[in-house]
Design a protein around this ligand. Structure first.
Ligand code: NDP
Length: 303
């Protein structure tokens, strides 16, 4: 089966490649072949290659820089998905588009359901929300797409919180980490497995229920960045990735000025998606253990 992966070099893209089933012919175009800044190039590439599935794990993900570069961020996160969906309308291929908890404002204190009203706070969140809407508009009435929202992605490769904390232990004496933003960390390994599960089960699940175009998938459990940093240090030290654990000091969001506003509570309710996909989520601490073991054993090519 031919599958086009957009964003192959990202942290999620890397895990999608690593966990690819054997029967998949995975196409991973470089920028000169497909550039998300140029919607036409996405459209043309899909029309020419006619993949059975497109996985869009590509995005403008620098949440703070996006505040300064909204145009480029909207081109990549909102306009490109419209072109991708438009091309798939013509070829009849299927789409898994990765989206984010940042489409919500984080003002509620219980997990967000897939059908809840969105209210993004940042340029990045708005661009991702517009990307979702564009896909739904283009593919309305078709059951050939999934918008898969996730949160707090961490993995063995790429730029992410786990690797940042490991590096900070080498450089700093004290780590000051935000303790009042609450969410669910998600391993790129877990997410890539569920992406391949959706693809392998699509013909079965779309017949059994066709009202699940938006899915939520995170690892289970709820925590703060501070608690996550403590766990990374604890496990990292235990398995020898950290030589000398440093002090981790909890701070408030207001003490750490960033350009983009983040949701204070962005837990996604995954129950409907768990039932739909007939799969139980892993707890984030188990996932974190696996990530740190993978880093230790250098199982992934380090990006
Ligand atoms: P990364 O930043 O690690 O990777 C982004 C990918 O997009 C890279 O492969 C990058 O290529 C590619 N890309 C960026 N600009 C372009 C372009 N103009 N043309 C083609 N490709 C481009 O992202 P993640 O793996 O962390 O994120 C994957 C998805 O998950 C995204 O949709 C993101 O919005 C979503 N998400 C991420 C979360 C997180 O915590 N990181 C949380 C929730 C959702 P290159 O390497 O060449 O720049």
């Amino acid at each position: 089966m031919k599958v086009l992966l957009i964003g192959f070099s990202g942290q999620l893209g890397n895990s999608i490649i690593k966990n690819k089933p054997q029967n998949i012919n995975l196409i991973t175009p470089n920028r000169s072949e497909l550039d998300l800044k140029d919607g036409e190039s996405c459209y043309e590439f899909i029309i020419n290659t006619k993949p059975k599935w497109v996985i869009n794990a590509g995005a403008y993900t620098s949440v703070d820089l996006a505040e300064k570069n909204p145009q480029i961020c909207f081109k990549i996160n909102a306009k490109a998905p419209e072109y991708i969906a438009n091309a798939l309308k013509k070829t009849g291929g299927n789409l898994i588009h990765i989206s984010t908890d940042y489409v919500f404002d984080g003002n509620q204190k219980y997990p967000y359901k897939t059908n809840q009203k969105k209210n993004p706070l940042s340029v990045y969140g708005k661009s991702k929300s517009n990307g979702e809407d564009a896909i739904i508009n283009e593919l309305y009435n078709k059951k050939n797409f999934y918008i898969l929202r996730t949160s707090w992605l961490i993995g063995p490769t790429g730029k992410n919180f786990t690797k940042t904390i490991l590096n900070l232990h080498k450089k700093e004496n004290d780590l000051r980490i935000i303790s009042d933003q609450i969410g669910s960390p998600t391993s790129t390994i877990s997410l890539s497995n569920i992406i391949w599960r959706i693809i392998s089960k699509h013909s079965f699940i779309c017949q059994s229920d066709n009202s699940n175009q938006i899915l939520h998938w995170t690892d289970s459990g709820i925590t703060s960045w501070y608690q996550l940093a403590l766990k990374i240090s604890e496990i990292g030290f235990k398995i020898g990735l950290i030589e000398e654990p440093k002090n981790i000091i909890p701070i408030k969001t207001t003490e750490y000025k960033l350009l983009a506003e983040r949701p204070m509570y962005s837990v996604l309710d995954c129950e409907t998606s768990e039932n739909f996909l007939q799969f139980k989520r892993l707890n984030w601490e188990i996932s974190l253990n696996r990530i740190l073991e993978s880093i230790k054993e250098k199982k992934y090519n380090q990006l």
